[in-house]
Ligand binder design. Structure first.
Ligand code: DC
Length: 233
């Protein structure tokens, strides 16, 4: 009998370890890794490149009708291409984080991203990470996780990701706190813990340990999924 290919959601703030854990799970399950933040980053970056106001829902809505990125997802990467050019690298820049968080408050932007995510997951078999995956995008998913960590631990990790020795941990922490505030206080699909999610504090855990806890939960919820003797290191 064919194994079911389900949807796994991972939500939480920046620096909680979502991407690393999502990739470990995707590799273990042979699923696609889906990074919803990259789509918000794409919209924020493109809005700024085209000199659109980041708060103008109407102008952005018209712009999004013409924005057609190509997506290449596998177990380890979520690559976006625009006009044939890979743009994943530029999307990771710190200024794009701010632009993404600003446009992410706008309902038309959220609808545009949500419809793409649902299309990508139409046949199941995805591990999708973001802020509203378990609450709004895939509310019926049965295996949901919410990762969190102390602000300081998250800032240390983010600074390492950027390999940015110029920014102090304190400065990175201030920027993360500002983004958390905007992401959780917006009216449209704010960052929330899904009611049925397993919450994991990753402050003192390495990604392999977190992934093991997630897999234990996935095994409980879906005993029929075999092959979970994963390589989490
Ligand atoms: O996960 P990330 O740092 O790449 O996300 C960038 C921004 O995009 C984040 O600050 C808020 C927004 N975002 C969102 O609103 N909903 C999601 N599901 C994912 C990201």
């Amino acid at each position: 009998m064919a194994e079911p290919r389900v949807i796994i959601t991972i939500d939480g703030p920046a620096g909680a370890g979502k991407s690393t854990v999502a990739r470990l799970l995707a590799a273990a399950l042979g699923y696609l890794y889906v990074d919803s933040g990259a789509l918000y980053r794409l919209v924020g970056w493109q809005a700024a490149e085209n000199n659109l106001s980041l708060d103008d829902a109407q102008a952005l809505s018209a712009f999004l009708e013409r924005l057609q990125p190509e997506v290449a997802a596998d177990t380890q990467g979520f690559h976006l291409f625009l006009n044939g050019r890979e743009i994943s690298q530029v999307l990771r820049e710190p200024r794009v984080s701010r632009e993404a968080s600003r446009v992410a408050v706008l309902p038309p932007v959220r609808e545009w991203v949500t419809s793409r995510l649902r299309h990508l997951a139409a046949n199941g078999g995805v591990v999708a990470e973001g802020r509203d995956l378990g609450t709004v995008v895939f509310p019926r998913a049965k295996a949901k996780f919410y990762l969190d960590a102390s602000l300081e631990a998250r800032a240390v990790r983010r600074r390492q990701d950027w390999q940015n020795e110029d920014a102090s941990t304190e400065k990175v922490a201030r920027e993360l706190a500002e983004r958390d505030r905007r992401d959780s206080s917006r009216a449209a699909a704010p960052m929330r813990v899904p009611a049925d999610a397993l919450v994991i504090d990753t402050t003192n855990l390495n990604p392999q340990e977190v992934a093991r806890q997630c897999l234990a939960r996935i095994r409980e919820v879906f005993p029929e999924i075999a092959g979970l003797e994963m390589k989490t290191g």
